[in-house]
Write a protein that binds this ligand. Structure first.
Ligand code: SAM
Length: 287
């Protein structure tokens, strides 16, 4: 089997297939040989598991996943990669490639068709331009997956894994904790990719909860409140909520205080439970 982390092999594939890297599709392929086996092992690619991969590139991670898991279904948007994958993955018979945009793919259907009865994990070296949309797309659909193990830009990893109520957190940190327990697994330097991006990366794993971490009066309203709370980061929670939700400041202040918080608190100071309490107080009033 070809060594897909060898630069000369990659150059040969590019030449034979007339392939050039697309910046707009986030095509930075892994060339550090230690990274893909680690993602596969820490990402639940093992017997009894089916794995969904997003974005195959030349198949460097796909191969490591398929060597360990029962089956891999990989969604890749770039049709120019299909003939390359025919060549690089020809020795493995437990891989299905779906040529599509993952954000337009019915993954419930894929899981039903391909992984009935098996546990499911998602593993990917995500294109940076759609990191959060892809993660939220996977979580919001409540896919029956155990873990989501993804390589993301380092700054995104810190934000995604930040504990609500701490300095690094943002709206997405609350959404993540609602659905799962996140953790940073390991760092990956920019030199581990071809072409090298101008940022470093981290592999993170989201262990998906079987039920949401908190009980909301209304889930859609709860997410609206989180978004509104962080819409103007320098403002207090009450000011941001009042202007974004177009609600009277006195109503917001009363709800924040009823949730046991000071009216001048900043949004990033709230724990997940406190954000839920504010949202639950507001829902009957302006929901
Ligand atoms: N897995 C390979 C690796 O680690 O070397 C490639 C990773 S590269 C960072 C991201 C891959 O995602 C590219 O192959 C790109 O074509 C693909 N991609 C970009 N946008 C996508 C989308 N919306 N749906 C599916 N695949 C996408």
């Amino acid at each position: 089997m070809e060594n897909l982390t060898d630069i000369n092999v990659i150059r040969g594939l590019c030449e034979r297939h007339g392939f050039s890297f697309s910046k707009s599709l986030g095509q930075n392929f892994l060339i550090n040989p230690s990274v893909c086996p680690k993602i596969a092992e820490m990402g639940n690619a093992k017997k009894g598991f089916g794995v969904i991969e997003i974005g195959t590139g030349f198949g460097v991670l796909t191969k490591e996943l398929a060597l360990r898991a029962d089956k891999v279904v990989a969604v890749e948007i770039d049709s120019r990669l299909l003939p390359v994958l025919d060549e690089t993955l020809s020795e493995l018979d437990n891989i299905r490639i779906i040529n599509a945009d993952v954000l337009k793919t019915d993954l419930h259907q894929v899981i039903k068709e391909e992984f009935e009865g098996a546990d499911v994990a998602v593993c990917a070296n995500l294109p940076y331009y759609i990191t959060s949309p892809v993660i939220m797309y996977l979580l919001e659909q409540r896919l029956p997956v155990k873990t989501i193990t993804v390589m993301v830009q380092k700054e995104a990893a810190v934000r995604l894994c930040a504990l609500p109520g701490t300095r690094e957190c943002g709206a997405v940190s609350y959404a993540i904790r609602y659905y799962c327990e996140p953790q940073i697994l390991f760092n990956v330097s920019r030199g581990s990719f071809m072409p090298a991006p101008n940022v470093d990366s981290c592999v993170i794993r989201l262990d998906v909860n079987s039920a949401p971490a908190v009980e909301t009066a209304d889930e859609a309203f709860f997410f609206k409140v989180i978004k509104a709370a962080f819409s103007q980061r320098r403002k207090t929670l009450a000011n941001s909520l009042s202007s974004s939700l177009k609600a009277d400041k006195s109503i917001i202040t009363a709800a924040v205080e009823k949730a046991g918080l000071r009216a001048d608190i900043r949004p990033e100071k709230l724990t997940l439970e406190e954000m839920t309490a504010v949202s639950n107080e507001l829902y009957p009033l302006i929901g």
